[in-house]
Design a protein around this ligand. Sequence first.
Ligand code: ADP
Ligand code: MG
Length: 450
Amino acid sequence: MISAQVIWSKALPVLQEEMTPTSYKTWIKDIQPISLEGNTLILMAQNETYVNTLRQFYAGIVTECVNKANGSNYNVSFIMKQENEPVVSVPTQGSGEQGVFFGVQSKYTFDTFVTGESNRFAHAAAVAVADNPASAYNPLYIYGGSGLGKTHILHAIGNYVHEMHPEFNICFVSSEDFTNDVISAIKYDTREELRNKYRKLDLLLVDDIQFIGGKEATEMEFFNTFNALHGANKQIVITSDQSPKDLPFLQERLRTRFSWGITADIKPPVVETRVAILTGKAERDHVDITGDALLYMAEKFSSNVRELESCYNRVVLYADFSKRTTIDRSFVEVVLRDYVSSEGKHMVTPELIKQVTADYFNVTVEELVSTRRDKRIAVPRHVAMYLCRTLTNISYPDIGKAFGGKHYSTVMYSCDQIASEIGNRTDITTAIDDITNRLTNDLTPFPSRN
Ligand code: ADP
Ligand code: MG
């Protein structure tokens, strides 16, 4: 039987041909073909953002290219990568060269981590630990607010140590996954197995430890794991949103142990660091974006790098939609103005409608607002005007303005035209449904600004 890998490998060159280089590189290149379930090709993307974006914006073209390349009639379905599957499922390694290397994401490395005053100490401590596991600081405990790079540093330590010591047994685990492991070990009476797995590690990376607080059995298990590893001179790195003294733990002795090694906090980066983070991303993505535009974004998102990144991703995505090669400040302003209302909520605006509609019909926004009357352009224009009328509360004259200064009667006519075709012409009905779906379901949860 033909495998998902074969199908996908044939589709890739076609996708590359059909898509812009940025889209291809950003959304398609890293997809992993998983399996063929009946007639459906299952594809895995790295996280929720990717899956949402692929489902909303690229499902059509991916399906088309897969089928074009394979002369087939498959459906595609996108699933999310399970970042940290339970450790119990790790295949036990023999006494060979390679150690267990589990849960660490290769994309987070020290190379891509930008340092500044706010994280310099935490970064230095992390590098010291990665250089000399179990002899520099043990445990290393890193804490700070959301989206400030704690998880990134944790993975970076894992990647670094793995590179230096491929024979080491390394595991990255979120405290939720640890908790789940404990729960299933109790349920299936596999505690001994669980212990063996964790206790033979050379490096244990535990993310967001605050979540095990108050769960008695999990705390107990973690306490024992900690003691076993620490006693055997194995490195432990822990992250949390709070300092050890503020942790909601039942067990004082656990809290105390977290302060045995070194504690480092991360604060929100200053604007220069935020710009540097974006500059690094733009360089890696080969995105042409002005310094002014980067500064504008960096100024808008000050307390959370994750939000800053998601803003950047959105800007890049929309630049791609509107076939823009250079992103400047005014483009970013438009994107941000249109996608973030004063309450920080996603808003459907004529700008957004035009972009998504143009993308759907594979025309440009310029064509959409032009005076051209050929069907290829006129139908999308009518649809976009109709959507402006139904999804926003903008008047006919203002819609006319948004479409290159057309008279309001033209807008009325177009809207009536579409209204009368809905239900009769399936292509129009599908387009309206599809575009409305894209417009009302956000691409990614857009950050609120506060
Ligand atoms: P936390 O775990 O503290 O909530 P993450 O490590 O998940 O935050 O970081 C959120 C995003 O911001 C990640 O994509 C990460 O790569 C990025 N990031 C955060 N800080 C930095 C930094 N100093 N340099 C580069 N990227 C960063
Ligand atoms: Mg995190």
